[in-house]
Design a protein around this ligand. Structure first.
Ligand SMILES: *Cc1c(COP(=O)(O)O)cnc(C)c1O
Length: 495
């Protein structure tokens, strides 16, 4: 399997190189040249999560030995997950919830970021790289912690995470600021997530800076979902959830199902599209947005327009106006038209808007909808009361969008909602959505009250935060990001 850049399809790399590199030099993203078909996917219902992961990842990672891949899968999907199924599927009276938050940091990012560092170290050693691989990551909250946890003390790597000071939940902030590991660095940015993401992309595209750091022994790479090594592991759970439905006898192999995906950077739903291209029987992928509904508008009209105000909501991981992975979708939709993709991305950068050609718009098989904070909160409360299922604020957006979709289309296809974070990651927002109030600044008091009210148990890793020392306190202006990074990487550090 070769990977090509969305903006230059003459460039072609094997998976290890694409993963270590992260992003292509001209700014494009790596995509698989073709979508492999799987052998006997109808038998997946008798396989474990790890076994399905092997079947799905193998054809994509053809330059990994069988042993390398098995070792990576086995050490990624182990006791770090507090559910032996890794991604359990919960059924309520209305739909299914695919719980992606049983990993170390309680959000779906753990699925990919538990294995990405292992891909990276395999790549570093096979490619004979003698430089420190420095992972730069912009986060809207969940990626940062999951990446820090994944790369903590991984030999040959260091990680620097930038998060928007005003754009993440207090628990998310605390999770990052208490990060251990001699190779980790966490920096608050005065700005929003799009500012952070743009600043990090600019670092990658600043060739003199990249060369200068390379001369100092640092090779920059990314753990954001622009890295293809993030995307591939996410395909697995679409197959594993489908297999779970077959195993339960709720569907027969071959029956179509829907997935509803709470979407920000378009990585999670793109993995669903990849699964569909590989033959998974999907009726509709439903893209759910919060008030920042740039994707809903795009899917419904074919016009991508980021010229609007960014709203900070109680589903912060979806507060995004520039969804990086959409670029990959455009590439596949246009059957590899790298010039068109480069042109659209140029228009997005210069004008903040682009129009998809009509023929491509017609090829999009996604549905889309959005739910504002009020609708999400109301749904969170309703589902808890009527279905006995407690979900986080991002999942509530997806659930609300599904409700609206089902009423509008009368589509009764079995539907899986991707449940992307533990409700305890956003305790204050969840507690208040349930109509409760507690006059306290202390999120841990809210966690306790939420647990009592709903008779659910908070994840241990979140309870542990209460006594974890803060190791990272820096906040900088976005304009200082480059000089700050240079200073840090050229300075004395423990690694
Ligand atoms: C990252 C995240 C999302 C959005 O996923 P994308 O791949 O960026 O579309 C949704 N919910 C939660 C909880 C997340 O952490």
């Amino acid at each position: 399997m070769r990977y090509i850049s969305t903006r230059n399809n003459r460039l072609s790399l094997q998976s290890k190189s694409a993963i270590v590199k992260g992003i292509s030099d001209e700014g494009g993203l790596f995509v698989p040249e073709t979508f492999p078909t799987l052998e006997n996917p109808e038998l997946f219902s008798s396989l474990s999560y790890r076994e399905i992961a092997f079947q799905v990842l193998r054809p994509f990672l053809s330059d990994f030995s069988k042993e390398e891949l098995i070792a990576a899968i086995d050490s990624a999907y182990d006791k770090k997950f507090d559910d032996p199924l890794i991604v359990p599927l919960v059924r309520t009276c209305s739909c299914y919830y695919m719980e992606l938050y049983h990993g170390a940091t309680c959000a779906f990012k753990d699925i990919a970021l538990s294995i990405l560092p292992l891909f990276m170290t395999a790549g570093i050693s096979s490619l004979g790289i003698d430089k420190k691989v420095v992972i730069l990551t912009a986060t809207s909250g969940d990626t940062g912690k999951a990446a820090l946890q994944g790369f903590m003390d991984v030999p040959g790597t260091a990680i620097v995470v930038y998060f928007p000071e005003e754009g993440v939940s207090p628990i998310q902030k605390l999770q990052m600021r208490t990060q251990k590991g001699s190779n980790t660095k966490v920096i608050g940015i005065r700005g929003n997530f799009d500012d952070c993401q743009r600043a990090v992309k600019e670092i990658f595209n600043d060739s003199p800076l990249v060369e200068d750091l390379s001369a100092e022994g640092c090779l920059l790479s990314s753990a954001n979902s622009i890295n293809i090594g993030r995307l591939l592991p996410q395909i697995v759970y679409y197959f594993s959830s489908y297999a779970a439905l077959v195993r339960r006898g709720d569907i027969d192999y071959g029956d179509l199902i829907n997935f509803v995906v709470p979407t920000g950077n378009f990585g999670d739903i793109l993995a669903g599209y990849y699964a569909e291209q590989m033959g998974l029987p999907v009726h509709k992928l439903i893209c759910a947005s919060n008030e920042n509904k740039v994707l809903t508008d795009f899917i419904n009209t074919g016009v991508y327009d980021k010229n609007r105000e960014l709203h900070l909501t109680n589903s912060p991981s979806m507060d995004i106006l520039v969804s990086s992975n959409l670029e990959r979708y455009l590439y596949h939709l246009s059957e590899g038209d790298d010039r068109l993709v480069a042109q659209l991305m140029e228009e997005l950068q210069s004008k903040g808007v682009y129009h998809l050609p009509q023929a491509l718009k017609e090829k999009m098989n996604m549905a889309a909808g959005f739910a504002d904070e009020e609708a999400g909160n109301a749904m969170l409360k309703k589902v808890f009361e009527e279905e006995g299922y407690l979900m986080d604020t991002h999942t509530a957006v997806a659930r609300a969008v599904y409700e609206e979709y089902r009423q509008r289309t009368q589509d009764s296809t079995p539907t899986v909602i991707l449940s992307t974070a533990s409700p305890y990651k956003f305790p204050r927002a969840v507690f208040s959505a349930l109509g409760e109030e507690l006059a306290t600044e202390d999120d841990f008091a809210i966690i306790e009250a939420l647990s009592e009210l709903t008779d659910t148990t908070p994840p241990q890793s979140i309870l542990d935060l209460r006594v974890s020392p803060v190791c990272h306190e820096e906040t900088i202006d976005i304009s200082h990001i480059k000089t700050h990074l240079e200073h840090y990487l050229k300075g004395d550090h423990p690694w």
